[in-house]
Design a protein around this ligand. Sequence first.
Ligand code: HEC
Ligand code: HEC
Length: 299
Amino acid sequence: MTSDMPSDFWAGWIVVLTVVSFVGLGWMIFSIYFSGNVEKGDEVSPVWDGDLREGFRPAPMWWFWLILAAMVFSVLYLMLYPGLGSFQGALKWSQGGRLEQSESAYHSEFGGVRTLIAEGNLATLGKDPSLMQSAERVFARNCAACHGYDAAGQAAMFPNLVDEDWQWGGSPAQIEQSIVAGRNAVMVGWLQVLGGEEGVKRMADYVRVIGTDAANGHPSHGQYQMFCAACHGAQGNGNPILGAPNLADDIWLYGDSDAALYETLANGRQGQMPAYRSRLDDTQVKLLIAWLLKPDPAQ
Ligand code: HEC
Ligand code: HEC
C-alpha cells in the first residue's frame, strides 16, 4: 500500500509539527506541576483594592495523571496507527486496508455463489433463505433510506416496491432498468392549462373517479382526454414507458388527499430514482430483483 500523502516533504513536516507540539505540551505540563512555583505562589500573587488577593491554588494532582495518561495513550496510538505523517503504524491499518477487508468479506460472501446467482432463475433465488438475507442487507445499505427497510415506501414520495403496482413496469428487465439506470419522472404543472385553482380542483375530483362510470359525464372529462390521456391513458391506466402512474387504481405515490392532489396537478411532480450502475454489480442487482419479486420480501 502506498502512502496517501502527496509528498514526503509534507509528511515529514507533519511529523515535525506533531512531535514539536507534543514535546512542547509535555514541557508545559511538567513545568506547571514541578517548577517550584507552586510553593512560591503566595509570594508573587498581587493584591488588589487593599485586601483582594488573587488566589493561587495549584491545579489538582489528578489532572496531571489524567493528562499523563492521555499523553501515553497518544504516543501508543501514534506507534500503532497511522497518524505521524506517512508512517503507517505498527498495525499497518489504513482506510484502504479496511476497504480491502470488506471487499474480501464481500467476495467470500458471494464469490462461491456468484455463478450460481448469475445462472439461477429468480424464483429459485427467491427461495434461498441465505441469499435472500444477503439481498436484504444490500437493500438495507443502499435503498432503505428512501424506500424503507421493508421496501414499502415512505413519505408519500418514495414508492412502495412490494405492492403489485409498478410505475415503471414490474418485469425483471424493467425493474433492473429502474435500479441500474435510475428513473426520472417528469410531469409539469397544469395550473394555467386547467384554468387556475378551480380547474385544478375539478380535475382532482375527476382523477378520483377515473375508470368508473362517473368519469364519462364529468366536467373535466374533455380536458383529461386532451391533456392527460397521452401519458396516463384514456382510462387512466398509466404508461410504464413514461413512468406515468395508473390513476384508476387505489394506489397513490403522492397521496390522494385534496392537498396532495392539488400540489401534484398544479405544480407537477419530478420523482427521481438514482442510478446504481456504478455502485452495485450484476450479482447484487440480480439478488435485489429476486428479493423484490419474491412473494413477500418483508418476511
Ligand atoms: C408527459 C406525460 C404526462 C402528462 C401529459 C400528464 N402526466 Fe400526470 N404524471 C406523469 C408522470 C411521469 C408522473 C409521475 C411523477 C413522479 O413519479 O414524480 C405523473 C403523476 C401524476 C399523478 C400522481 C399520481 C400518484 O400516484 O401520486 C397524477 C394524479 C397525475 N399525474 C395526473 C395527471 C393529470 C390529471 C394530467 C392532465 C392534466 C396529467 N397527469 C398529465 C406524466 C404525465
Ligand atoms: C434517494 C432516494 C432513493 C434511493 C436511495 C433509491 N431509490 Fe428507488 N426510487 C426513488 C424514487 C423517488 C422513485 C420514484 C421515481 C418516480 O417518481 O418515478 C424510485 C423508484 C424505484 C423503482 C421503480 C418503482 C416502480 O414502481 O416502477 C424501483 C424498482 C426502485 N426505485 C428500486 C430501488 C432500489 C433497488 C434501490 C437500492 C439499490 C433504490 N431504489 C434506491 C428513490 C430512491
